[in-house]
Design a protein around this ligand. Structure first.
Ligand code: NAD
Length: 500
């Protein structure tokens, strides 16, 4: 393993439009902060509606009939994506260091995420020349006509991609990969808290040889740049990743502008159900790791852990023991460190307020619940037990290091209680009884169920929400459909007067 770069140089802070680095029209910048030290890292050019418009125009030009991008072979799109994946792989140490610096994701997890990013882009590179339409047995007036009926799969056009900060490179890969494999052009608006590593990827897009305007990366605030993208009259589609609240604003903006197509990846309160007929130690460990990974700032974190009453106390005690052992804080670059700070002061305040609400409403705080140290947005790994379904912490997403352990008695009861939620992203179930597991998997109103595990991203498996967790899918072949229009073409064959 090469030596860890603990002090990555900041190379790009401008907007990336039409393969050029530009300052924002307003000249405004925003500051990005190291969440572990609360020190400033850099000032980044901040886009407003004029910059978004410039990026959309560049993308539109790149998508024009007869342009390089519209006429290159599908396999060539794949080659460019493979090249991008190779370049990310080449610079992985630098990128990983940058992500850790900027987002507080500990070094060993940043490395895992970046390796997955490379895999995702290669996966979609492979799809570039492997999706296609169908021939269809369309009605032919009982043999009176001779028809050829086909469907064509065509790119949608200019796709806005609004990213959240948590695992942003991952989110970028799973949006860029399918959008470009299917021949679209994109304008990406990264989250304010996680921009530097995304801008570095822009430099690799340039180096890979993508034509100008195919990928534009335009940092800025949500209220200005994000909103301008969602409202833009010449954007054909927006794929939004973030909170349910902002997702609704994006829906509103799409509806009030040009009715652009939408996909939403939004909030969650994912259940994990533990039956007594399972290896408790494995279940406790998996629940612990999935809860505290990236300080609980993941969409698929188990937000509600339902444990059968016969093993409840044992499960809580073991969970508390693991949470207490996790308090290894400080140097994020140490390969042994597994826990870091929250992303920023706003997120820190939100999580602290949820912990206070949990205590006030009567849940039992078993461990944690306080700030750790004097600098950085650290909160101790926190475990709550004896939670009622009516408690706020049982219903609302806590995007932070808080484990909520809830008691249940019967399978029917736990299915109903689990489904009684505004959200439906993913779920996990632990049991040695495969029949029970499959009944639960079929009854839960969620986009993904993992059995005897919790978090289970696999690039080949579609992932996305039911209910207020959003709509549309990332990963797998299904994600290609998010970026495609289906066109029917029907041809009447003239079989009269055929020459011999
Ligand atoms: P957020 O909703 O505040 O911001 C997300 C993005 O939207 C940012 O780029 C932001 O600048 C932009 N934005 C803000 N206001 C906007 C507006 N009015 N118009 C357009 N864009 C705007 O996100 P957050 O709360 O910081 O992110 C965490 C949330 O993301 C959690 O709820 C988490 O569950 C969710 N998330 C979901 C998934 C999933 O797969 N379902 C994945 C990752 C994160």
């Amino acid at each position: 393993m090469s030596e860890i770069n603990r002090n990555p140089e900041i190379k790009y802070t401008q907007l990336f439009i039409n393969n050029e680095w530009l300052n924002s029209e307003s000249g405004n910048t925003f500051e990005t902060i190291n969440p572990s030290t609360e020190q400033s890292i850099a000032w980044i050019q901040s886009a407003d509606n004029r910059d978004i418009d410039k990026a959309v125009k560049a993308a539109r030009l790149a998508f024009k009939r007869g342009s390089v991008w519209r006429t290159i072979d599908a396999s060539e799109r794949g080659r460019l994506l493979y090249r991008l994946a190779d370049l990310i792989d080449r610079d992985i140490d630098y990128l990983v260091a940058l992500i850790t610096l900027e987002t507080g994701l500990v070094y060993m997890y940043s490395m895992e995420i970046l390796s997955l990013v490379v895999k995702i882009i290669r996966y979609y590179a492979g799809w570039s020349d492997k999706f296609h339409g169908k021939t269809v047995p369309a009605d032919a007036a009982n043999g009176q006509q001779k028809l050829l009926a086909i469907t064509r799969l065509e790119p949608i056009g200019v796709c806005g991609q609004i990213l959240t900060w948590n695992l942003a490179q991952f989110s970028l890969a799973v949006k860029l990969g399918p959008a470009l494999a299917t021949g679209n052009v994109v304008v990406v608006k990264p989250a304010e808290q996680s921009t530097l590593a995304i801008l570095y990827v822009a430099s690799l897009i340039l180096e890979a040889g993508f034509p100008p305007g195919v990928v534009n990366i335009v940092p800025g605030y949500g209220q200005t740049a994000g909103r301008a993208l969602a409202e833009h009259m010449d954007v054909d589609k927006v794929f939004f990743n973030g909170s349910t609240h902002v997702g609704r604003l994006v829906q509103l903006a799409a509806g009030q502008s040009n009715g652009k197509r939408l996909s939403l990846e939004t909030g969650s309160k994912s259940p994990l159900i533990i039956f007594p007929d399972t290896d408790i130690d494995s279940a406790v460990l998996e629940a612990h790791q999935a809860t505290f990974y990236y300080q609980g700032q993941t969409c698929c974190k188990p937000g509600r852990i339902y444990v059968h009453e016969s093993i409840y106390n044992k499960f809580v005690d073991k969970s508390v023991e693991l949470a207490n052992k996790l308090v290894v804080l400080g140097n994020l670059y140490d390969p042994l460190t597994k826990f870091g700070p929250l992303i920023d002061g706003r997120q820190y305040e939100k999580v602290m307020s949820m912990i206070e609400t949990g205590v006030r409403e009567g849940a039992r705080l078993m461990t944690g619940g306080k700030r750790w140290g004097t600098q950085g947005y650290y909160i101790e790994p926190t475990v709550f037990a004896d939670i009622e379904d009516s408690h706020t912490i049982a219903r609302e997403e806590i995007f932070g290091p808080v484990q909520c352990i809830i008691k249940f008695s019967t399978i029917d009861e736990v299915i109903d209680r689990t489904n009684n939620s505004d959200y439906g992203l993913n779920a996990g179930v632990f049991t040695d009884d495969i029949n029970k597991a499959l009944v639960v998997a079929s009854e839960l109103q969620v986009g993904k169920v993992a059995i005897n595990m919790h978090s289970s991203f696999r690039v080949q498996m579609p992932f996305g929400g039911y209910k207020q967790s959003g709509f549309g899918r990332v990963f797998g072949k299904d994600c290609l459909q998010e970026y495609l229009e289906v066109k029917s073409v029907i041809i009447k064959i003239n079989d009269k007067n055929l020459q011999e």
